[in-house]
Design a protein around this ligand. Structure first.
Ligand SMILES: Cc1ncc(COP(=O)(O)O)c(C=O)c1O
Length: 351
């Protein structure tokens, strides 16, 4: 509340010192040199694509098993998403399929691995394949602030990272917000220029950009919340461990198990796979237990992408994940008792 009042009293509601303070803090947190605050994670992706030089008609390789914004931003930049199936263990881009996809795409200006649910994608082979084809790597780290790949922070592994401060994220604001992270000054400058209608000097426009500035109120609140983020992450990890204690070996489905390279999984979501997902979800709902399906329709089967020519069966692992994935409550405020109650209900359902 003090931070919010400080912004109200300042009368400076857009960008300014609060946003610059958050940019420096998030850059430090992600292990990058620079960060650029913007209006949402969706816009962070759009600004990153434009800053990386993606032009209308370019191809961009990504996963079909992600939130719509990943592909939506590609299309908004005028480019064409080229989908590649996921690794069923991590739900992230299958790195073995990236190089062949880049080869058959002819050339792709960028690759967007998504660190879904708070666990990193397998970045080394993805980076190697992208480098070999001259493609930029833009990390969709919307769900993965603080997550680590082989000890290094997501958002600082590729050329540009994209963070979301949507309220349900581990670092959530009081509304919308996002950030681009990068170690490259020219990418930083391009993203900063594009977020203010491509204008460095007032009313002179070098590029056709957008209005995607971060509000000072969001930055002020996020700076306060950032101080708690590591403790909250530890609580989410504890909750994941309690689920494992209660459920491991006692359910017909496997529990999420981070891959060895996912050295810090931040559990934005705790996602189980159940072949009887929908009846299980209904059973939990009847007991007053919320759960969610991220995501029921893979992007290659979305009505708006019918024109891309994909068909059911093209990405079997993404399609299976869309049928089986169920996110259980994992929020840092949940208690051991509550996690045990959810686990008990799951065990009852499976008899
Ligand atoms: C994987 C992924 N990408 C992009 C976004 C877009 O972020 P925002 O909602 O802040 O626009 C989200 C979050 O909603 C997301 O989960």
């Amino acid at each position: 509340m003090e931070a919010v009042v400080r912004v109200v009293d300042s009368g400076r509601f857009i960008l300014g010192p609060e946003v610059e303070g958050l940019e420096a803090a998030i850059a430090a947190y992600c292990g990058t040199r620079y960060a650029v605050g913007c209006a949402s994670g969706t816009d962070a992706l759009y600004l990153a694509l434009r800053a990386a030089g993606v032009q209308p008609g370019d191809k961009v390789v990504t996963t079909p098993f992600t939130f719509f914004a990943t592909a939506g931003a590609i299309s908004r930049a005028g480019a064409v998403p080229v989908f590649v199936d996921i690794d069923p263990r991590t739900f992230n881009l299958n790195p073995e399929l990236v190089a062949p996809a880049l080869r058959s795409a002819g050339s792709a200006r960028a690759v967007i691995p998504v660190h879904l649910y708070g666990g990193s994608a397998d970045m080394d082979p993805i980076l190697a394949a992208a480098r070999a084809h001259g493609s930029a790597v833009i990390e969709d780290a919307a769900q993965a602030i603080g997550a680590e790949y082989k000890g290094r922070r997501c958002g600082g592994l590729g050329d540009i990272g994209c963070i979301s401060f949507f309220p349900s994220k581990n670092l959530g604001g009081l509304g919308e917000g996002g950030m681009v992270t990068t170690g490259d000054l020219s990418l930083r400058n391009m993203a900063a220029l594009l977020r203010v209608h491509g204008s460095r000097d007032k009313y002179r426009h070098e590029l056709i950009g957008v209005n995607s500035r971060l509000d000072a109120m969001q930055a002020a609140a996020l700076l306060v919340k950032l101080r708690h983020l590591d403790a909250w992450t530890a609580r989410r990890q504890e909750n994941a461990a309690i689920y494992r204690e209660c459920l491991a070996g006692r359910t017909p489905f496997a529990l999420p198990s981070p891959a060895p390279y996912q050295t810090r999984h931040v559990f934005n979501q705790f996602v189980i796979r159940s072949p009887r997902r929908d009846p299980l979800r209904d059973y939990l709902a009847k007991k007053g237990i919320g759960s969610e399906v991220y995501y029921p329709i893979p992007l290659h089967l979305q009505p708006c992408y019918a024109g891309l020519g994909y068909r059911e069966g093209d990405f079997p692992e993404s399609e299976r994940a869309a049928r089986e994935a169920l996110a259980l409550p994992i929020h840092q405020a949940l208690t051991r008792d509550e996690i045990e109650t959810v686990s008990q209900a799951i065990l009852e359902f499976h008899g």
